[in-house]
Design a protein around this ligand. Structure first.
Ligand code: NAD
Length: 285
């Protein structure tokens, strides 16, 4: 594997976290989003992350500075042509991702692997629509990527062994532990996690318990580090809804029906931590 430059497409909470992890592992990172202001927000997340590590004395100020210097922000899609490997972490929307993979295929060298951080969307479909199906693969980091050690690797039907080996090796260089999931909606982690979160939302919707009590019940009653509704806020309620919709559409089982209250929150723009308000309030929202 000869990879020195990694492009990260999407500078949201996952993209910025992945960019930080890759830069800390010594890679040059091209961080791309659709506008300078969105990229600036991603850089701010990275800055906060590095400052936190420095305060905890997990990295020195020199390491912080060299990590920062390895991140190259760009709003120019064509700049991504310089990448040796791409991680797509744009919003969870299939049409958007298909278009991104089609455009990445046009500009990236033919040997470059294009990985998606998607939580639920078919890698096989992204691959077949990209024009390089053997080089398209799922590389599913957990939230926050700077902290969580797992990377769920998802092979599409046509994904080649070389692409798989590249992602496994790269994940290890970033200090991650990998496992493999079949290309099925939600893969393993979200197939199990999201129905639980959705059920927690139903509990609030149906008046079974308050937001606080549902979370307290699951934290203390099933030993989870955080309650499912706080976790939904961390993931992003729009992302939770998108994952449930993919599972409902593709698996066709009513048990994946997103709770109407989840839809209502997303309609209201209550997207969780990233928008300042979800099941809980953050900042001054
Ligand atoms: P987010 O809303 O924080 O960020 C998404 C970013 O993608 C935004 O900054 C947006 O401007 C950008 N974007 C949209 N269209 C784009 C385009 N055409 N080109 C470049 N950038 C574009 O969302 P997120 O939580 O970071 O999720 C990103 C991806 O990671 C999704 O596929 C999601 O399912 C997946 N994921 C999320 C979590 C989580 O807990 N939030 C965990 C694992 C995986």
């Amino acid at each position: 594997m000869n990879i020195s430059t990694i492009a990260v497409v999407g500078a949201g909470q996952m993209g910025s976290g992945i960019a930080q992890v890759a830069a800390q592992a010594g890679f040059k990172v091209l961080l791309h989003d659709v506008s300078d202001s969105l990229i600036a927000r991603g850089l701010e997340n990275i800055e906060n992350g590095l400052q936190r590590l420095q305060r905890k004395e997990k990295i020195s100020s020199e390491e912080g500075a060299s990590t920062r210097a390895r991140v190259y922000p760009t709003a120019e899609f064509s700049d991504l042509a310089a990448a040796d490997f791409v991680i797509e972490a744009a919003s969870e929307n299939e049409d958007l991702k298909i278009e991104l993979f089609r455009r990445l295929n046009e500009i990236c060298r033919s040997e470059v692997v294009l990985a998606s951080n998607t939580s639920s969307i078919s890698i096989t479909r992204l691959g077949s629509r990209s024009g390089r199906p053997d080089k398209v693969i799922g590389m599913h980091f957990m939230n926050p990527p700077q902290v969580m050690t797992l990377v769920e690797i998802v092979r599409g039907l046509a994904t080649g062994t070389d692409a798989y080996e590249t992602v496994r090796e790269l994940s290890e260089r970033m200090g991650k532990v990998t496992m493999v999931a079949e290309d099925s909606p939600g893969f393993i982690v979200n197939r199990v996690l999201l129905p639980m979160i959705n059920e927690a939302v139903y509990c609030v919707y149906e008046g079974v318990g308050s937001v606080e009590d549902v979370d307290r019940a699951m934290k203390l009653g099933s030993n989870q580090p955080m309650g499912p509704l706080a976790l939904a806020d961390l993931i992003g309620l729009d992302t939770c809804l998108a994952i449930m919709e993919v599972m409902k559409d593709v698996l066709g089982d009513d048990k994946y029906r997103p709770c109407p209250l989840l839809k209502k929150y997303v309609d209201a723009g209550y997207l969780g931590c990233k928008s300042g308000r979800g099941f809980y309030r953050y900042k001054d929202a």
